[in-house]
Design a protein around this ligand. Structure first.
Ligand code: G3I
Ligand code: 9MR
Length: 543
């Protein structure tokens, strides 16, 4: 039978890193071999045999073959030729990765609340200040004796969560952690990295300047009693409008154990990361963190319940052991108080892939990377085994996948691209400790997947790749009269929940993606999705 002619070879559209694995995917092809030629002179640089055709469950019944040319390490432009398919350009270079990393980090600047984005720093994406948040109303769900419903507090700054203009504590936790971890693990990489933001001329690394914008907001989310508000949003979703056009009243809403523990963990970590540059603030953050910890221990099971008059994101979580373990770990590292170590040992359990809802690996990464000398040897041993066993599972998923990606059917949830990256973040920990390049290859594969080596053929980062999202669910990009969306933003990615009203090209999990404003379930952006992109790129460039 004649196989359907493949329309395209799926490649990393930005460029392959000279180090590590290089694989391209050829769907529906009968050819057995491939050649890589030098684009300039046509000389053959590599000839190989395609892998066996395999299907990958999340992409349905499409069969795909792999062309692997990892041994080609010379920088340059090549052509990949497979009989019966359009040849495809392959680039190999480190160069675009620094720009990609920097744009992924700079996207936080563009998403600052309470700030004008000037053309000096924002170019064509300059915009007026939105949401000063200096008069935020206490919602009845967040009221306390000291701060009754209807009174106002100040909670300026912070980043917009995503395509909406809300500021949510729970996913701010993991987002802020992940960015701080990038700095903490690779300080030299960040020493002279200028993002061209208003603080670029000070002597603080720009990544810390940018993260501080969010921490400055976060500290306001704590009530006098130590408990932390769940979120700061309008009651309804904002319209399709620019930040400054959204004049709706904003509220602090709910108070929850999840938000309070995310706050405790993040502030404890911040107190360490910023201790030399912002000494007084760092002490203040640690005090705030300990107060939050106490509140959470007195109120260990306060689940956020969305009030009936509130429509904004829920970020609901009713399982707190992982948050307790994470906060305890960060507080132990910040204070060296043994009580926190005991609390960690009491709460921590099986390791899993992180998400805003599930954070067990954050504690383990912090303890293993930052706990040198502070931990009992048996605990280090136990945590190392947990990490290795998780990374080993991921490696197997990667090696067994026809699409060379450690992703299985049930990983395709809302924000699937962040699952790809949070897995890569685990793999990079295993690489850090073992220097076993298999783990690094699987992480490089994850980046190639995101940059186009996937069945949709999209590179999922705005502005980076030959076919990238142009219509993300991001209000500031949609409404600004600039054709190109703000660059460096990772969209949520394919998943077949199809929770919006759009019509999708496929119901297969890995194909159900739409580059359209209407697709908030696959084409929105979020601070907790971009953060592991920054981390994994930094790790690949700095390790
Ligand atoms: O917890 C259940 C689990 O028990 C069940 O097995 C599973 C089956 O699908 O679903 C799980 O719930 C999912 C939940 O996330 C927790 O993972 C829901 O299906 C899923 O729809 C939900 O998606 C979240 C989405 O908001 C809708 O609430 C995303 O993770 C979250 O990233 C996203 O966040 C939004 C904010 O609310 C608002 N701002 C934008 C942001 C990004 O889209
Ligand atoms: O814009 C909202 C986005 O940030 C959320 O992730 C999403 C999920 O709840 O909701 C979006 O808002 C939509 C709302 O849910 C339904 N009506 C259309 C809104 C977008 O235009």
């Amino acid at each position: 039978p004649t196989l359907k002619r493949a329309s395209t070879i799926h490649t990393n559209q930005l460029s392959y890193l000279p180090i590590g694995e290089k694989i391209a995917l050829i769907p529906n092809v009968s050819a057995l071999t491939y050649t890589l030629t030098n684009k300039d002179d046509g000389n053959i640089v590599y000839k190989g045999t395609l892998s066996e055709a395999k299907v990958w469950q999340p992409a349905g019944s499409v069969t795909v073959k792999q062309a692997e040319f990892s041994s080609v390490q010379s920088t340059g432009s090549y052509l990949l030729t497979v009989a019966g398919v359009e040849p495809k350009e392959i680039d190999i270079s480190f160069t675009p990765y620094a720009a990609l990393h920097d744009a992924a980090l700079k996207s936080y600047y563009y998403n600052r609340a309470s700030s004008e984005i000037t053309s000096e720093y924002g170019g064509q994406w300059a915009r007026p200040l939105g949401h000063s948040d200096n008069q935020v109303t206490v919602h009845s769900s967040a009221a306390s004796e000291e701060r009754p419903a209807g009174t106002a507090i100040t909670a300026s700054k912070g980043w917009y969560d995503a395509g909406d203009f809300g500021k949510y504590v729970v996913n701010s936790g993991i987002a802020t952690y992940t960015l701080m971890a990038a700095y903490q693990h690779y300080p030299a990489f960040y020493q002279n990295r200028e993002l061209n933001i208003p603080e670029s001329n000070d002597d603080v690394p720009d990544i810390l300047n940018e993260i501080k914008w969010n921490l400055d907001w976060l500290q306001h989310m704590q009530d006098i009693d130590g408990g932390v508000y769940h979120k700061l949003t309008t009651l309804e979703w904002p319209g399709k409008e620019m930040p400054h056009e959204d004049q709706r009243e904003r509220f602090v809403i709910g108070k929850s154990t999840a938000a309070t523990l995310n706050f405790a963990a993040t502030m404890a970590m911040a107190s360490r990361v910023y201790s030399s540059q912002f000494k007084a603030l760092s002490t203040q953050w640690l005090t705030a963190s300990e107060l939050a910890w106490q509140w959470a221990n007195t109120n260990p099971a306060v689940v956020y319940v969305q009030p009936t008059d509130v429509k904004s994101g829920e970020y609901g979580d009713d399982h707190f052991n992982d948050e307790f373990a994470w906060a305890a770990a960060e507080l132990y590292l910040a204070t060296q108080n043994e009580e926190y170590l005991s609390a960690f040992e009491h709460h921590h359990g099986l390791l899993g892939i992180s998400s805003w809802q599930h954070v067990p690996s954050l504690a383990v990464i912090s303890l293993l990377r930052e706990g040198g000398g502070l931990l009992p040897a048996a605990l280090v041993e136990q945590l190392t085994q947990l990490l290795n066993s998780l990374a080993g599972d991921l490696l197997l998923q990667y090696q067994n996948s026809a699409y060379a990606i450690a992703m299985e059917q049930n990983d395709f949830v809302w924000g699937s691209n962040s699952v790809v990256l949070n897995k890569a973040m685990i793999l990079m920990q295993a690489y850090h400790f073992s220097k076993d390049t298999y783990y690094r290859d699987a992480s490089i594969g994850a980046i190639s997947y995101l940059l186009g080596r996937n069945p949709t053929g999209y590179s999922f980062v705005t502005g980076f790749g030959s076919k990238t999202p142009v219509d993300p669910h991001h209000r500031a990009s949609y409404s600004d009269n600039v054709n190109q969306p703000i660059p460096g933003m990772l969209v949520g990615g394919p998943q077949n929940g199809q929770q919006d009203e759009c019509s999708y090209p496929s119901n297969q999990a890995a194909l159900s993606y739409l580059d359209h404003w209407c697709s908030y379930s696959t084409n929105e952006v979020a601070i907790n999705w971009n953060a592991p992109l920054v981390y994994v790129l930094a790790a690949l460039l700095a390790e």
